[in-house]
Design a protein around this ligand. Structure first.
Ligand code: PGA
Length: 220
């Protein structure tokens, strides 16, 4: 891990912790993948150091695989990287796999306050693959080959990478009051340029973020 990546992960963690301190009943949209792992380590450390109260926080996973073993699920990832280390009640852990109307559930809780995102090699945010329209809400999708290829390291064999997932939509994400995007390494450089250099283009779903007025992009 580079020093810069660690620093930016810590900055994201500080913003997340600050959000909870300011508003103890915050609703968070949470990512999985390689990128946010270090951020979660800092969130856990900071939470423990300051005795942060998570009891009123609601966490909404951005997405999850469908039709795969529970061991590979994003629910499990969030359990291992975050939930098991903080005092978040079980009823406050939400996953789109378990809800017919995730957007309504989010609204019922007062909407997302802070959403943290990564960016896929194809420009996806959550699992909104290229071509997803802005007017999209939580839905089941087919993973494209670029996404499946980047996910293969998490599976014993590339053929086991799921083909289907459920994801918050672009509108769901844009409804969040604030957004932090984390993007690290040479491999994300080109896609960041494409996403943020030329206005909105549905072929690069991350480009929809330019329509939002409170996005921080933390990149090395
Ligand atoms: P990664 O995934 O953090 O594993 O690169 C990013 C994403 O697909 O959002």
């Amino acid at each position: 891990m580079t020093e810069k990546k660690d620093e930016l992960s810590e900055l994201a963690a500080q913003k997340l912790v600050e959000q909870i301190r300011k508003k103890p009943n915050s609703n968070l949209g949470l990512p999985t993948g390689r990128t946010p792992k270090r951020m979660y380590q800092h969130v856990v450390r900071l939470s423990q150091e300051m005795g942060l109260d998570w009891s009123k926080v609601h966490c909404f996973a951005l997405d999850d695989y469908l039709e795969t073993l529970e061991d590979y699920s994003f629910q499990k990832y969030l359990e291992q990287n975050l939930y098991q280390h903080i005092d978040l009640p079980g009823t406050n852990k939400h996953n789109p796999r378990f809800h017919d109307d995730y957007d309504r559930l989010i609204d019922k809780h007062g909407g997302l306050d802070l959403t943290v995102l990564g960016i896929g090699a194809n420009g996806h945010i959550a699992f909104n693959e290229p071509g997803t329209p802005q007017a999209s809400y939580t839905q089941c999708i087919w993973l494209d080959e670029i996404s499946r290829n980047s996910l293969k390291d998490g599976f014993p064999d590339a053929s086991e990478v799921p083909t289907k997932a459920v994801t918050m939509g672009i509108s769901t994400i844009l409804s969040s009051k604030s957004i932090i995007m984390l993007a690290f390494g040479e491999e994300k450089k080109e896609v960041l340029k494409r996403a943020f250099g030329n206005g909105v283009d549905p072929a690069i779903p991350a480009s929809f973020l330019v329509l939002h007025n409170n996005v921080s992009i933390l990149t090395d």
